[in-house]
Design a protein around this ligand. Structure first.
Ligand code: COA
Ligand code: NAP
Length: 260
């Protein structure tokens, strides 16, 4: 079912980790459905360039630079956005960092770095937004990954972090639902032309093996994730909370008999 082209009209949406890739695609989709967008990431230059690209497509965008590992930075950004635009309707938390390294060679700081950027940040972002959320009606969406359920070699840090995000999603849904706040997650599979996929599929042969092991053997597109997030944010999902939408081409099914 197609989403109503104005289904997010006037909504005040914040997308964190939106200087590139999937989250920038999400920001674009929410904006194209009528939301006013604030995008956030660490690098001032990259987030400013992303905002320019969204504005070039006619979208209503502000941009904010801050490190998700710093709770006070996230608090200052959410306050700035709410002061300027009013209560926040939508928050998408999707900043992440990842690299391949066997657990036996992973330093304590390497493990901590990914936990900090992927999991602690989700708490920092959502708890910074909490005082400013529209009640009832706010929708929070965390970006997770199939690693939350599927163990993967060289991904002990990312698997642990994403599993934590999905549990955090359920805990916050339970605590905040009574205030009319919904909390969900979207788990993308491998998405074409993204940094995350480039770091996972380091050569063409590995990329082909990853693709062919999907139930739907193609890489996803940015719009696939944009649509999943937008649906969760829309009234069509008004009774949906505490869940993860797997928009992953069936990656979690773990095809043992994949060709190759
Ligand atoms: N293999 C093993 N260890 C690595 C590593 C790799 N490829 N890359 C980083 N590390 C280790 C570092 O050695 C360091 O540990 P140490 O102090 O024990 O040496 C620790 O991880 C932190 O690295 P640092 O470069 O200081 O972290 P950072 O905060 O500057 O950057 C990253 C974080 C490493 C995740 C960086 O790649 C990043 O910013 N990524 C964002 C984009 C991204 O990953 N996109 C995909 C999203 S799925
Ligand atoms: P990406 O383009 O590298 O985007 C990562 C974003 O996180 C960037 O905006 C980056 O900002 C931001 N970020 C990283 N560290 C930060 C920090 N410390 N503080 C603030 N912002 C920080 O990655 P992507 O591949 O699109 O992935 C986006 C999300 O989708 C991630 O949550 C990832 O786990 C998930 N995912 C991706 C895939 C895939 O196939 N790509 C599959 C499953 C799940 P700056 O670099 O500008 O600072």
């Amino acid at each position: 079912m197609a989403l109503d082209p104005q289904c997010l009209s006037g909504r005040n949406a914040v997308v964190v980790g939106a200087s590139s890739g999937i989250n920038l695609g999400v920001a674009h989709r929410l904006g194209s459905l009528g939301a006013q967008i604030a995008i956030v990431s660490r690098s001032p230059d990259r987030i400013a360039a992303a905002a320019d690209a969204l504005r070039a497509d006619g979208l209503d965008v502000t941009h904010h630079a801050g490190d998700v590992r710093e709770a006070t930075a996230m608090q200052a950004i959410m306050t700035e956005i709410a002061d300027a635009k009013g209560p926040i309707d939508i928050v998408v938390s999707g900043a992440a960092g990842n690299f391949f390294v066997p657990a036996a060679k992973m330093s304590a700081n390497a493990f901590k770095t990914v936990i900090d950027i992927d999991l602690i940040d989700t708490f920092n972002v959502l708890s910074a937004a909490y005082p400013h959320l529209k009640r009832p009606g706010a929708v929070l969406v965390n970006i997770t990954a199939p690693q939350a359920e599927r163990a993967m070699p060289m991904q002990a840090h990312a698997c642990s972090a994403k599993a934590g995000i999905e549990m955090l999603t359920r805990c916050l849904a339970l605590e905040w639902g009574v205030e009319g706040i919904r909390v969900n997650a979207v788990s993308p599979g491998p998405i074409a032309d993204t940094e995350g996929l480039a770091r996972l599929a380091t050569d063409a042969e590995l990329a082909k093996r990853i693709r062919d092991a999907l139930a739907l053997p193609r890489f996803g597109q940015l719009i696939d994730i944009g649509n999943a997030v937008a649906w969760l944010c829309s009234e069509a999902a008004s009774f949906v909370t505490g869940t993860t939408i797997n928009c992953d081409g069936g990656m979690r099914l773990g095809n043992l008999y994949a060709p190759g």
